[in-house]
Design a protein around this ligand. Structure first.
Ligand code: PLP
Length: 298
C-alpha cells in the first residue's frame, strides 16, 4: 500500500509530496515539529504534544496554521490513510515560503506537512529493549526548549552514537552537566538511590514522555528529583534510562563501554517500564484519542 502525506491542504502520494525550495524550513530551519507515538491505534499523550507544539510556535512567532481540533482531524486522516496502528505521526510547521531573507517576511502563510509511518510493536521485553550510549559534548544553541527542525548538532551526535554501535549520544554541557540525549530525556538513579532527571529550562526539551512519566510517578507516590546530574554523578549512577515518544522507557546498560550498575536494567527502571507500558496501553485513561473508528485502525 502506498503512503500518503498531507502537504498544505492536500493529501498526496508520499513519494510525490514536495515543498518549495524557498520554504523557510528548508532554507533556514525556520520551523517547528512534533512526533506523536501511535499505539494500538491511539495517539499517546496527544494533549501534551499539542500544547508543546503551540508553545514552540509561540516562542518563534509562527502562527498556528489551524486550531487543535482541525489539526487533529488532519493527523487522524493521515494515520487512517496510511493504516498505521503502531508507529508515529509527524507534523512540521514552517514559517512558510518567501524570497530568501533572514528577517521574517510579511504576509505569508505557515506551511504544514504531516506524515505517518509504521513502527515496531511496542516493546514488552525490557531486557531486549535495553540499549547502550556514549557521551558527547553538547554543542547546541541556547533555546533547546523549542522543538525546532534545526537538528544538525543532534544529528551529528546521533551519528557518533551509531558509529560507536550504540543507541544514543548523551550530551554533556560546557560546565560538565548532563543535559539530555540527542533525541531523548535522560533519567538516572544516582549512587544514593535517588531517581533524578534534569530540571527544565532553556537547555533541554521539555519531553512529553518525561511529563507523562512524572505524572505516573506522582500518582504512584514514587519520589524523584528534578535535578541535573554532573558527569561524575552520571558515571556513578546505579541505573540510567531514557524517555521519548519513540524510546518509551529505554534502559541504558552501558555508557562509553562501561556497565551501568550490574549491566542489566535495574529495579526502578523495570518498574517504570511497566508503568509506562500500562499508560501507553491506555489502562486507567479515557479512550478519547482512540482512532478505532477509522477503518483499518486499531
Ligand atoms: N530531548 C530531545 C532533544 C528530543 O528531540 C526529544 C524527542 O524528540 C526528547 C528529549 C523527548 O521528548 P518526547 O518525550 O516528547 O518525545
Amino acid at each position: 500500500m502506498s503512503r500518503v502525506a498531507y502537504v498544505n491542504g492536500r493529501y498526496v502520494p508520499h513519494n510525490e509530496a514536495a515543498v518549495s525550495i524557498e520554504d523557510r524550513g528548508y532554507q533556514f530551519g525556520d520551523g517547528i515539529y512534533e512526533v506523536i507515538h501511535i499505539h494500538e491505534g491511539r495517539f499517546v499523550d496527544t494533549e501534551l504534544h499539542l500544547s508543546r507544539l503551540a508553545r514552540s510556535l509561540r516562542e518563534v512567532a509562527i502562527a498556528p496554521p489551524m486550531n487543535d481540533a482541525a489539526l487533529l482531524v488532519v493527523l487522524r486522516e493521515v494515520v487512517r490513510r496510511n493504516r498505521v496502528s503502531e508507529g508515529i505521526v509527524y507534523m512540521q510547521i514552517t514559517r512558510g515560503v518567501a524570497r530568501r531573507d533572514h528577517a521574517f517576511p510579511k504576509g505569508i502563510a505557515p506551511a504544514l506537512v504531516v506524515t505517518a509511518r509504521h513502527g515496531a510493536a511496542f516493546p514488552r521485553d525490557i531486557d531486549a529493549w535495553a540499549g547502550t550510549a556514549i557521551t558527547v559534548p553538547d554543542i547546541r544553541w541556547g533555546r533547546c526548549d523549542i522543538k525546532t527542525v534545526n537538528l544538525l548538532p543532534n544529528c551529528l551526535a546521533k551519528q557518533k552514537a551509531r558509529e560507536a554501535g550504540t543507541y544514543e549520544a548523551i550530551l554533556i554541557d560546557g560546565s560538565g552537566g548532563v543535559t539530555e540525549g540527542s533525541s531523548t530525556t535522560v533519567w538516572a538513579v544516582d549512587a544514593h538511590g535517588v531517581l533524578r532527571t534534569r530540571q527544565l529550562d532553556d537547555h533541554i526539551l521539555p519531553g512529553c514522555t518525561r511529563a507523562a512519566l512524572s505524572a505516573l510517578l506522582a500518582e504512584h507516590a514514587i519520589a524523584f528529583e528534578e535535578r541535573g546530574l554532573t558527569e561524575a554523578e552520571f558515571r556513578a549512577a546505579r541505573e540510567v534510562f531514557l524517555t521519548s515518544a519513540t524510546s518509551y522507557v529505554k534502559p541504558i546498560v552501558r555508557v562509553d563501554g562501561v556497565a551501568v550498575g550490574d549491566g542489566a536494567p535495574g529495579p526502578i527502571t523495570r518498574r517504570l517500564f511497566g508503568l509506562f507500558a500500562r499508560h501507553a496501553d491506555g489502562v486507567g485513561h479515557n479512550q478519547a484519542s482512540r482512532l478505532a473508528s477509522a477503518p483499518g485502525i486499531g
